[in-house]
Design a protein around this ligand. Structure first.
Ligand SMILES: [Ca+2]
Ligand SMILES: [Ca+2]
Length: 319
């Protein structure tokens, strides 16, 4: 008998959860929305229903993440929360849920130390390496640090308020953390083209440690920078591919497990500061849940913060 893969079990479980959550959501909302929906036209009704479906999707994901936390302490691409599920038919419409952990990405808010006084040199080196590998001038990283750090002294290659105040539509350097990812477009040198290029690989909301079980190759190959890589060498494409093949068979349960991939990774972990940049689990999860009723679409864009077995909505927007 073939044992179903975790992903297949997950899809079935997610479908069940969605129905359960939808029933609860409907029961809670029916009185509040009923009167309003009856007074609006068909578009209004469909829009309300689509928003409810989207909310059911986020509710189902929240339950899935809580169940996952009870089941295990690591997060991988082969768990039911992380599998891209097909759209589910529910009642008069469908709901499509997209989710990814934010710890697979480089956290731009961690380019400075928590007090904002100085750069985090190790993470800065990782971001520089990432930019170079994407064909972007690495000095852009200095403009990010100046935007974030609380002084007004420009770094070499950076920019502070005097530069931004000289623009046709002037504004001051923030000297504080990013509140939205779009905000990085305000940083000197970040063109819309560069924004699109780096957007899939960077975040402003994560625990700051990259999850070795979920990070894409583009992030993995930047990670050996800033760890005194001379002791071990850099994670090149071949090494990253090897790590990705290994984790597909055997997810990392602890960071030192990376030493089992190859002698190179054993050296990297034992002789450098690599271990302080990475982890095997995730805390922040970005979800986009779209309800579709007769072509009327509503999407909830949200970030869930999982703490213990609970998931709190850290960010929530109905589009
Ligand atoms: Ca997990
Ligand atoms: Ca500054």
């Amino acid at each position: 008998m073939k044992r179903p893969r975790a992903g297949e079990r997950g899809v079935a479980l997610l479908a069940t959860l969605l129905v359960l959550v939808l029933v609860v959501a409907l029961a809670n909302e029916i009185f509040r929305l009923g009167a309003r929906a009856s007074q609006t036209g068909a578009y209004g009704r469909d829009s309300v229903r689509a928003a409810l479906l989207a909310e059911a999707g986020t509710g189902a994901l929240r339950i899935a993440l809580r169940e996952d936390a009870k089941d295990n302490k690591i997060d991988t691409l082969d768990e039911f929360w992380s599998r891209q599920a097909p759209p589910f038919d529910l009642g008069d419409g469908t709901v499509t849920v997209f989710v990814e952990d934010e710890e697979r990405k480089i956290n731009l808010n961690r380019l400075v130390m928590p007090n904002g006084n100085a750069p985090d040199d190790q993470r800065l080196a990782v971001f520089r390496a990432f930019l170079e590998q994407r064909g972007i001038d690495a000095s852009l990283a200095d403009a990010f640090v100046d935007w974030l750090d609380n002084d007004d002294t420009p770094r070499v290659g950076g920019a502070e308020s005097p530069y931004y105040l000289s623009l046709p539509r002037p504004y001051a350097a923030k000297n504080d953390l990013f509140d939205t990812l779009e905000e990085i477009l305000l940083v000197r040198g970040v063109t819309p083209e560069i924004y699109e290029k780096i957007r899939p690989f960077v975040t402003i909301t994560s625990n700051g440690k990259v999850n070795l079980n979920t990070a894409p190759k583009e992030v993995l190959t930047a990670l050996s920078a800033g760890t005194d890589a001379a002791e071990a060498g850099a994670i090149d494409n071949a090494a990253a591919d090897r790590l990705i093949r290994y984790r597909a068979e055997q997810p990392f349960r602890r960071v030192p497990d990376i030493g089992n991939v190859s002698p190179f990774f054993r050296n990297l972990h034992s002789k450098t500061l690599f271990g302080s940049l990475v982890d095997v689990k995730s805390d922040y999860f970005h979800v986009r849940s779209t309800g579709d009723v007769g072509g009327t679409l509503r999407t909830i864009d949200a970030i869930g913060f999982r703490t213990g077995n609970n998931v709190l909505w850290y960010f929530w927007r109905l589009e």
